[in-house]
Write a protein that binds this ligand. Structure first.
Ligand code: PHE
Length: 377
């Protein structure tokens, strides 16, 4: 009797072990390329955290098509060469078919060439330059998508706000000509501001390594513009805005989504405005549920980068689910037809793989960044 019992237990154990071995869950590797080091580390940390929250939530509900998602995190530094190396590594060594990233347009553009040629799906959460998804001949890169609006729209929204809400008649542009994002957004602002009857009273260039903006700011003081448009990342904004205040320049600075950082110097930039993708103060339940889940996990409020990385990752997983297979040609087709309800808004792609989404205007005060307005396309 006893030996029969032991035998049956052994049989059950053997049966379970064999069953588990045969049914080891399949894995789905997904990479995030984010600037964890380099000039803008807050962009990378937020992007990684939004991505990992989405991965964790999908794995908790059984994975994607039953596959466990295995995240691959790479530091791409907001810089072309490290980003290209990271893309080649995840595609060729890790065998990844899906990439979330990069953040910065100048890194996402070269990555898009590699991913598209390899038939790997890339969704940039936040790169707003048109050339991320479209090549020099205007042809859409089939496997490349983004979760954000593009800079011709962002520049228009900034210009309209300057002209109509601030009553600005003149603007001064500060531009890093080597940064695709800064250059493209400055161009878009200039076109729209001029079309609205405004005048650009000065345009000066600097480089990403500059730390002393006094020569340019002397010209700004002479031109006495109503607004100074500086569509760069927070690290440059911090330096230039502080030096402008020290020089007694009172015209507000304006910029784009690149200002969005917990490290933005809000005292230096106080009085300024920037266009962005989202505000954590938005009362929509999608936003408030996400803010609660993110805050519970990380202890901080999600910025636009975290939110768009979360949206881009969920968008990727919804598309793979709709495609019904880990097959990038099918996932590409699913993305082209998708309606995705994200935290940052609804995403449906146009022929250039860009979603049409609204923009938010935020005001910088010494007490922090405040919601000002939403502008629809
Ligand atoms: N839009 C920026 C770019 O294309 C990246 C960015 C997005 C930075 C959102 C901050 C917030 O380079």
């Amino acid at each position: 009797m006893k030996s029969l019992k032991i035998l049956s237990i052994l049989l059950i154990v053997a049966f379970l072990a064999a069953g588990c071995g045969a049914k080891a869950p399949a894995e789905l590797k997904v990479a995030v390329l984010a600037p964890l080091s380099g000039p803008v580390p807050t962009f990378g940390n937020s992007t990684r955290d939004g991505f990992l929250l989405a991965v964790e939530e999908w794995n908790a509900k059984g994975g994607v098509l039953g596959m466990t998602v295995v995240p691959v995190v790479e530091d791409s530094q907001c810089t072309p060469d490290p980003a290209v190396n990271a893309a080649n590594k995840v595609i060729n060594q890790d065998g990844v078919h899906y990439i979330i990233g990069e953040v910065c347009s100048k890194a996402s553009i070269p990555v898009s060439e590699i991913a598209n040629a390899a038939g790997v799906i890339q969704i940039s959460p936040t790169s707003t330059n048109p050339s991320v998804t479209v090549d020099a001949n205007g042809v859409t890169k089939g496997y490349i998508f983004r979760a954000c609006f593009i800079d011709p729209f962002q520049g228009l929204v900034g210009a309209k706000f300057a002209a109509e809400n601030l009553g600005a008649k003149t603007a001064f542009l500060m531009v890093d000509q080597a940064n695709d994002y800064v250059k493209g957004l400055a161009e878009a602002f200039k076109t729209s501001f001029t079309a609205l009857g405004g005048t650009i009273v000065g345009e000066e260039s600097y480089t990403a390594n500059d730390t002393d903006f006094s020569a340019i700011l002397a010209k700004v003081a002479d031109a006495n513009p109503d607004v100074i448009y500086l569509p760069d990342y927070y690290n440059i904004v911090n330096l230039a805005a502080k030096q402008a205040k020290e020089k007694g320049i009172t015209a507000p600075f304006m910029g784009g989504d690149g200002w969005d950082s917990t490290d933005l110097d809000v005292v230096a930039a106080a009085g300024g405005y920037f266009t962005n993708h989202y505000s954590a103060e938005d009362p929509r339940p999608e936003v408030q549920n996400f803010v609660a889940a993110y805050t519970a996990k990380y202890g901080s409020t999600p910025d636009a980068l975290a939110t768009l990385a979360y949206d881009a990752t969920n968008l990727m997983f919804q598309a793979i689910t709709e495609a019904g297979a880990d097959d990038t040609a099918k996932v590409k087709a699913a993305l082209e037809a998708i309606t995705f309800n994200g935290v940052s808004g609804t995403i449906k792609f146009d022929a250039s793989h860009n979603p049409i989404k609204s923009a938010t205007i935020l005001k910088v005060t010494a007490d922090g960044v405040k919601f000002e307005a939403v502008v629809n396309p």
